[in-house]
Design a protein. Structure first.
Length: 355
């Protein structure tokens, strides 16, 4: 396999996606969900035969017609393939497999817990703010969680993760039954191409839904701790005010940093519902985070946008901001949280070829 225009080459094992083969070879390609939803790993096939997984909602019909594919859903069907794709510009720390211990579990709401993992003392890990880890199970399954604490110059020996309970969840059920504290886990870290682009001084618009706040928290805390003064506006969306499980902290940031603004957005503020505080009326913004952000920023040219959370939000934000608000496509960075089984409707692979 050859990457254009860099000319870097790598091989793909049978059954491997082109994305995984590239990452295994140390080729840093942009990626996020690894399930065909977010569209981050998009490239164009210049030459060669490939086999495509049919379920690729992160790709538009126009992009497909132009020869674009999602590398996380693309397999080699020939010995020689040329893919036109931009490599990640920052040097990424190669991921490694590490044992760790569950140090603590703090339930912050009915559905969200903060889990802290302690790494071995000799395993300082270096990562970029916004990246994630995989929890590895013995049968080969994985669960992905964003790192919510910022990196340190000398590395970190602890990871903070934000977990939303999904009934029946292989990871979250034991977490919410308080069964994991003190237990050993195996993780792979760091992962992902969603991270703060420090080389830019463009103002930031950050979107989060639910626990998509976790990597945004890491980015904002890193900026505060390293003296980055770029203006930043955070839109955090939830179904009710109770979904802002670290609202006090974010409001403290807003009070302490004049270049930071916080806009909580509630989609369905139903007074007296099970998810709202009795007697509490919502007086803030209502709707979807990307729609509220568009109202405040009708012109996003000259900005960087970071979006993290539900695939629907990430997809809508990308389309609206690029098509209607003048955002450069290269200035949109995203991490779509795709629950396990979300792409269960995947159809059988189809064979495609390009001249």
């Amino acid at each position: 396999m050859t990457i254009h225009p860099s000319g870097r080459q790598f091989s793909a094992a049978p059954g491997q996606t082109l994305l995984q083969a590239a990452l295994d070879a140390g080729v840093n390609l942009p990626f996020s969900c690894r399930a065909g939803h977010c569209g981050v790993c998009r490239g164009r096939v210049v030459e060669g035969d490939i086999r495509l997984d049919a379920f690729t909602p992160g790709l538009s019909d126009a992009q497909r017609a132009d020869g674009h594919v999602l590398l996380c859903r693309t397999h080699a069907a020939a010995d020689h393939i040329v893919i036109d794709v931009r490599e990640t510009e920052s040097a990424l720390t190669p991921p490694k497999t590490i044992p760790c211990r569950v140090k603590s579990v703090e339930q912050r709401s009915e559905s969200v817990a903060i889990v802290k993992l302690r790494l071995p003392m000799n395993e300082n890990v270096f990562f970029l703010p916004g990246q994630f880890i995989d929890v590895l199970f013995d049968d080969g399954q994985t669960r992905s969680y964003s790192i919510a604490n910022p990196p340190r110059q000398r590395g970190v020996v602890e990871f903070e993760l934000h977990m939303r309970h999904r009934p029946g969840g292989r990871m979250t059920d034991p977490v919410f039954r308080a069964e994991l504290t003190g237990k050993m886990l195996k993780i792979q870290a760091p992962l992902g191409s969603f991270f703060l682009r420090e080389e830019s001084d463009k103002p930031l618009v950050l979107l989060a839904t639910g626990t998509g706040f976790a990597p945004i928290k890491a980015i904002l805390q890193y900026m505060q701790e390293t003296g980055v003064k770029r203006p930043a506006t955070l839109y955090w969306g939830g179904r009710s005010p109770n979904d802002f499980y670290m609202r006090d902290l974010v409001e403290q940031w807003e009070a302490e940093h004049g270049n930071f603004r916080f806009v909580p957005v509630v989609s369905a503020p139903v007074s007296g519902s099970a998810s709202s505080t009795p007697g509490q009326e919502w007086a803030g913004r209502i709707g979807h985070v990307h729609d509220v952000a568009r109202q405040d920023f009708p012109d996003l040219s000259g900005h960087h946008v970071y979006a993290c959370g539900s695939p629907a939000m990430v997809s809508s934000a990308r389309r609206i901001f690029i098509d209607e608000c003048g955002l450069d496509a290269a200035d949109f960075f995203s991490d779509a949280f795709v629950p396990t089984g979300y792409d269960a409707l995947t159809r059988p692979p189809a064979l495609s070829s390009f001249p």
